[in-house]
Design a protein around this ligand. Sequence first.
Ligand code: SF4
Length: 165
Amino acid sequence: MIDEADVGGVHIKYLYHCQRQLWLYARGLRPEHLSAAVQFGEAVHETSYTRNSPVDLGAARLDFVDGRHWVHEVKSSSRPTPADQAQGRHYCYRLQQIGIDAQGTVLHYPATRRTQRHPFTEQEAEQAEADIQQVLAVCAQASSPDRLTRSDCRGCSYTDYCWTD
Ligand code: SF4
């Protein structure tokens, strides 16, 4: 079972999208290579903002941090989601834990050429801590959380697993 230090950006993203997805992922199920949506996301990462290198924080791997300590994340979707914001908040929290005074997150959406800025406030830091605890609580559940409704599963790499009887 994972502990607090193991919680990374993917766990946070899944927490906000689907708790069942988080639970399956935490148990080592990795069907991502089957998913066209994930492959598209990887392609966007490879072709966008190539001048920057990803930053490895152990369990958390973020796209890059600029000279003013803003975390930049490049997203393949065209529409911002609460999961995007939560992931950025988590990276800021992890950076502050290692002594880097993260200022916030800039989310980039190349498909629509939009950006969003989210300052990392004290309230955001508290929420980041609460998110980690929530991840641990979901992962500790003895059985898998319920499925989302089918229409909310679009693009999820666990679709075959969840919906094949
Ligand atoms: S297929 Fe749907 S219910 Fe299953 S993990 Fe993905 S989003 Fe959740």
